[in-house]
Write a new protein. Structure first.
Length: 124
């Protein structure tokens, strides 16, 4: 068994990969919109969700897996009024043949400009 941590800081790692002899699991920390990559702050839930999902794709690829191997996803919304807008981006992105178990909750996020945060766990 091995544990590999990526982009470690004093508080958390961006991603942790756990590999056993036969399989493995990838744990991503909560992903939030990258306003710099998006060209500035936007209060558009769909746009923030698309950016978060783009980041998830990048990290999963880096770990050697992809969204078809997602096991679970937890979506945190600053306001449940954004549920349909988040789902518009999610539905366009998710592998419908391999959709993960998912929960969506309303939560106060770390920055008032953030509208969505998504954490996923995937199989290798």
């Amino acid at each position: 068994m091995t544990i590999q941590r990526f982009d470690c800081g004093p508080r958390m790692s961006e991603m942790v990969v756990h590999k056993g002899t036969q399989s493995g699991t990838v744990y991503l920390c909560g992903q939030i919109a990258d306003f710099e990559a998006m060209g500035g702050v936007t209060h558009d839930v769909t746009a923030q969700t698309r950016d978060v999902l783009r980041q998830i794709d990048v990290l999963l690829e880096r770990a050697g897996t992809d969204k078809s191997r997602l096991l679970t996803a937890t979506v945190y919304l600053a306001d449940m009024a954004g549920f349909a807008a988040m789902n518009a981006a999610w539905d366009a992105w998710v592998d419908r043949a391999n959709a993960p178990a998912r929960a969506t909750v309303e939560a106060k996020l770390a920055d008032p400009d953030l509208l969505v945060e998504i954490q996923v766990i995937a199989a290798l």
